[in-house]
Design a protein around this ligand. Structure first.
Ligand code: APR
Length: 246
């Protein structure tokens, strides 16, 4: 049973801001970052692969790991949690969707505007200059046609800064929104984890949806202990019912 106060706040909201993490894609079969890796990669720690230092040390290894991750995502489908968020966009006056995920599943589910806080798995950039590189999907590490440097996955690695436009738009939305939903994220990685706190400090109603309540749950107004793929469709159905009865 979803808290009545939350559906009421959503019904009355002028601006809803949503932050998603790996948990929303778990039901699409995409392992969360902190789960053990499988197969060829079971002896590697993602925290040792997703850094500029790891790429400098062994670009081919890091490139193969990202190729493997792209293959998993390419074979996955958006789940009812992604679809519910795309539907929510049509039920509230304004929705800002910020995702820490690099899998592109929100866009594939129909969300129109997505702020990809940590970039996108399918983008490739020059390691030195950051420009976009069109890379063929093969085993070799691609190079930048402009300067000949190695090209890298277009994601934000540990220790790197979030691109300024994503950071500015997300923080502005967190300050402005009336309702903030934190979905499927362990709330451990900053600055993304700070968005919910910022929203709360600016008076928003903040709710977490996560089967394992996080360290910030007690600070939020609502912590719903469930899977995003079940809770979000229920939330959107309740909201849709009420919107049509207004
Ligand atoms: N529905 C909702 N939440 C879920 C589900 C589900 N079906 N399954 C798992 N979760 C929750 C877990 O309980 C956990 O709290 O999703 C969270 C996933 O946590 P992380 O793997 O830490 O993912 P995330 O918070 O997105 O990580 C943040 O850190 O790993 C790096 O750069 C990477 O963007 C990522 C960032």
């Amino acid at each position: 049973m979803l808290p009545e106060a939350l559906t009421r706040a959503l019904r009355e909201a002028r601006h809803v801001c949503v932050l998603t993490g790996a948990g929303i894609s778990a039901e699409s079969g995409i392992p969360t970052f902190r789960e053990a890796q499988t197969g060829l990669w079971e002896n590697y720690d993602p925290l040792d692969l997703a850094t500029p230092e790891a790429f400098l040390r062994d670009p081919a290894l890091v490139w193969r790991w990202y190729r493997w991750r792209r293959e998993i995502v390419a074979g996955a489908q958006p789940n009812p949690g992604h679809t519910a968020l795309a539907d929510l966009e049509g039920l509230v006056p304004k929705l800002t969707l910020v995702t820490q995920n690099v899998d592109g599943l929100h866009a594939r589910a129909g969300s129109r505007t997505v702020i990809e806080f940590h970039g996108n798995l399918f983008a490739t950039r020059c390691f030195v200059e950051g420009c976009i590189v069109n890379a063929a999907e093969d085993d070799a590490v691609p190079t930048c046609p402009a300067c000949g440097s190695h090209a890298r996955p277009g994601v934000v690695w540990f220790g790197e800064a979030i691109p300024a436009p994503a950071l500015d738009q997300s923080f502005a939305a967190a300050r402005d929104c009336d309702v903030f939903l934190s979905i499927g994220t362990s709330s451990l990685v900053y600055p993304a984890a700070g968005l919910a706190e910022l929203a709360k400090n600016h008076g928003a109603v903040v709710a977490e949806i996560n089967p394992n309540p996080t360290g910030l749950a007690a600070y939020f107004d609502h912590a719903i202990p469930g899977n995003a793929g079940k809770v979000l469709p229920e939330l959107v159905a309740q909201l849709g019912d009420r919107q049509s009865r207004r």
